[in-house]
Design a protein around this ligand. Structure first.
Ligand code: COA
Length: 260
């Protein structure tokens, strides 16, 4: 499929989605959000895609936020709709995909950019990356899940400080906070994402999806993560992947997971 604002490339079990508006520091306008929704949906449906990497084009930015020029004159109801639609189409959508999503943060990840990285299942960053939720400096608050996911990832006190000060942290601090799992020089960022994806590719995609669901359940209102874990654990026993995984172990060979 041809996109205007993003690139999607499949290779060796991995679909890499690149936000491609470098002249606007990859800011997320509505059409980019729609294209990202389609690209994530297609990659998730594609049985050959076992890991998705999301990154930004250029050397300066992952995503410098939601496109401020688009919502500057919005009303209360338009603002509410913007957040609700964005969360449904992209941020919650990504967080709940069964295909693992790794965010490769290659520069500024601000506002909606950090929110997108936080919706991914985990994050790595290049050493020039800078992250923050500067919305209050514009008179608004994070609306794409940032007030919820940032405290989940770095703790309430640190999140409160970062949000209220509209501050930015560098990659080293993000690593220290546990916001990203690794920091590398920029040219090694995608190779590292691919190396981590390669480790995931060796495992049962059905079990990986079940694990994502169980981990997410602990952060959902009204859901008991332990109960979800029990259900997902049980379901694994009915899968061909479980039969192959256990059989391969007993036969002292590498598993060849059928993915069902
Ligand atoms: N929305 C719309 N356009 C954006 C944008 C955003 N969030 N972030 C950057 N851009 C655009 C700039 O308007 C500029 O476009 P122009 O060349 O047509 O004027 C272009 O991207 C380059 O940005 P610029 O500000 O010139 O780069 P810089 O290196 O001086 O500063 C930042 C980089 C990230 C510090 C700065 O762009 C910034 O503060 N962006 C907004 C961050 C933000 O508040 N995000 C949260 C939004 S809710």
């Amino acid at each position: 499929m041809n996109y205007e604002n993003i690139l999607s490339n499949f290779d060796n079990g991995i679909t890499t989605i690149t936000i491609n508006r470098p002249s606007k520091l990859n800011a997320l306008n509505k059409s980019t959000i729609k294209e990202l929704h389609e690209a994530f949906k297609d990659a998730d449906k594609d049985k050959e895609t076992r890991v998705i990497i999301i990154t930004g084009s250029g050397e300066k930015a992952f995503v410098a936020g939601a496109d401020i020029s688009e919502f500057a004159d919005y009303s209360i109801s338009q603002g509410e709709r913007l957040a609700a639609q964005g969360q449904a189409l992209l941020f919650d959508f990504v967080a709940h995909l069964g295909t693992p999503v790794i965010a490769a943060v290659n520069g500024f990840a601000l506002g909606g950019g950090l929110e997108l990285a936080m919706a991914a299942h985990f994050r790595i960053a290049s050493d020039n990356a800078k992250m923050g939720l500067p919305e209050v400096s514009l008179g608004v608050i994070p609306g794409y899940g940032g007030t919820q996911r940032l405290p989940q990832l770095i703790g309430k006190g640190r999140a409160m400080e970062l949000v209220m000060t509209a501050g930015m942290i560098d990659a080293a601090k993000a690593l220290d906070y546990g916001l990203v799992n690794y920091v590398t020089p920029q040219e090694e960022l995608i190779p590292l994402a691919e190396k981590l994806a390669g480790k995931i590719l060796k495992n049962s995609p059905v079990a990986v999806a079940a694990a994502i669901n169980a981990v997410n359940a602990g952060f959902e209102d009204g859901e008991n993560g332990f109960d979800t874990e029990i259900t997902e654990f049980g379901k694994c026993f009915g899968t061909a992947d479980f039969k192959e995984g256990t059989q391969a172990f007993l036969e002292k060979r590498k598993p060849d997971f059928p993915g069902k």
